[in-house]
Design a binder for this molecule. Structure first.
Ligand code: ATP
Ligand code: MG
Length: 429
């Protein structure tokens, strides 16, 4: 037997049993973003490597060690997108969507990062993202947060997630803070690990989100970003909190939250859960007023977020909220006897035309009554439509409920379309 070829490590198949919960999540997200008036944008999965280096930053986990970069046949360096914001800004600039306009956009799709695969961390994973452009005030920061909060509510996981907020201030304020932080860190180099030493030189804020407990302990005494915020950023942050308060969204301020990407300023936030172990961030975002200009456009304020779908699905599974999400068929026909396959085929097509909301599975491959009823049960159908020789002769069909205990009834074929909806309450509501 030929050797089986397997999928790439960290890149998952989503099997038929799993897709209903994905579809549910996707449709809820679409519903929520459209209720806020956002429009979808679709970008390519591959971009020029420069785009990510320039936007995400050279000294970040993504650019330093996670990108899938390869040479195109003509020698160009291309990269499978590790995130969507850079592509979205690139597309916005390229097509003139951003200059002097307001935009509220969303996207979804696979992202690629060469990380060590583990629960909640994969090499191909999927995000929903929202990016808004052209609005500098804190009301839009609040809006994207409220939008995400609404999704948690719709999914029933709102009690299990917490919003963490911070402000990174202006570039100037951050530069001042960086100096203070570097001074502090330099006085404690003996405690720093190699990674933090390197970061101290290249991107000192990143030391703040080190996961090393010794460094976390050291940072308790470090200078605080909040003491270095400029007045405008302070006011912006206070205003954002007012909006969240009035909307009843709870949050905690996490001074160590700096985010792993370089382009953020002012607001940064994460939605975290403790029901997933160490991969606890299900959504992360913030303001990135400098990025559009940095990528060659005119200065444009912007704020957005991205959420990881695999982690949200894992949460639904952990909380057993996925149990009822199935995509069983509604009707299965059972056809026994000469000529019933023809009558059954016509009937199935008629049902699909007249009642397109129902999932009608047509029995293929003949077989005896028992075998066909087994198939009907296995399909999860609520009812079986049986055509045997006697039904065929009298122009009738027998309706048998597979779940529930209503007595079976035989109706004339031309009455079927009227009778069927009575078995499906949702069609009548
Ligand atoms: P982490 O700190 O967990 O590595 P990150 O800061 O790198 O996350 P972002 O770039 O902000 O993540 O991406 C937004 C969201 O996408 C994350 O909060 C997470 O839900 C999801 N995500 C990021 N990387 C992965 C991955 N490798 N596998 C699955 N989901 C991911
Ligand atoms: Mg990461």
């Amino acid at each position: 037997m030929a050797k089986k070829i397997q999928a790439i490590r960290g890149m998952n198949d989503t099997l038929p049993e799993q897709t209903p919960v994905w579809q549910k999540l996707e449709s809820l997200f679409r519903q929520v973003v459209s209720s806020y008036g956002y429009s979808e944008i679709r970008m390519p999965i591959v971009e020029n490597t420069h785009l990510f280096k320039r936007s995400i930053g050279e000294v970040t986990d993504i650019v330093e060690k996670e990108m899938y970069t390869f040479a195109d046949r003509n020698g160009d360096s291309l990269t499978l997108r590790p995130e969507g914001t850079a592509s979205c800004v690139r597309a916005g600039n390229e097509h003139g969507l951003l200059y002097n306009q307001e935009r509220r956009l969303w996207y979804t799709g696979p992202m690629f990062r060469h990380e060590r695969p583990q629960k909640g961390r994969y090499r191909q994973f999927h995000q929903f993202g929202v990016e808004t452009f052209g609005i500098a005030s804190a009301d839009i920061d609040a809006e994207v947060i409220l939008l995400s909060a609404r999704l948690w509510k719709a999914l029933g996981i709102d009690e299990h997630v917490e919003l963490q907020l911070n402000s990174l201030g202006s570039n100037d304020a951050r530069a001042l803070y960086k100096d203070a932080l570097v001074e502090f860190l330099s006085a404690h180099v003996d405690i720093l690990d190699e990674d933090s030493k390197r970061r101290m030189m290249t991107n000192p804020l990143r030391v703040l989100d080190s996961k090393n407990p010794d460094i976390q302990a050291l940072l308790v005494d470090a200078p605080k970003l909040s003491d270095h915020l400029d007045a405008e950023s302070q006011a912006h942050f206070a205003q954002l909190q007012k909006y969240l308060d009035v909307a009843g969204v709870k949050y905690t301020i996490n001074e160590r939250l700096v985010r792993g990407l370089d382009y953020y300023n002012r607001t940064v936030f994460e939605w975290v859960t403790n029901s997933l172990g160490s991969q606890g961030t299900i959504c992360a975002g913030g303001r990135y007023d400098g990025l559009v200009e940095q990528l060659g456009g005119k200065a444009t304020p912007a704020v957005g977020f991205a959420m990881g779908l695999e982690r949200i699905i894992l949460m639904l599974e952990t909380l057993a909220l996925n149990d009822d999400i199935k995509s069983d068929v509604d009707i299965y026909n059972v056809l026994v006897g000469e000529g019933t396959d023809l009558a059954g085929l016509k009937m199935a097509e008629l049902i699909r035309t007249k009642l397109p909301q129902l999932k009608m599975m047509h029995h293929c491959g003949a077989g005896n009554f028992k075998k066909q009823m087994k198939r009907a049960d296995k399909s999860g159908a609520r009812i079986a439509l049986i055509i045997g020789e006697s039904e065929l002769q009298s122009g009738c069909v027998t309706i048998k409920e597979l779940q529930g205990n209503t007595a079976q009834q035989t109706v004339a074929t031309d009455q079927l379309i009227k009778v069927l909806p009575t078995y499906f309450n949702e069609l009548n509501s």
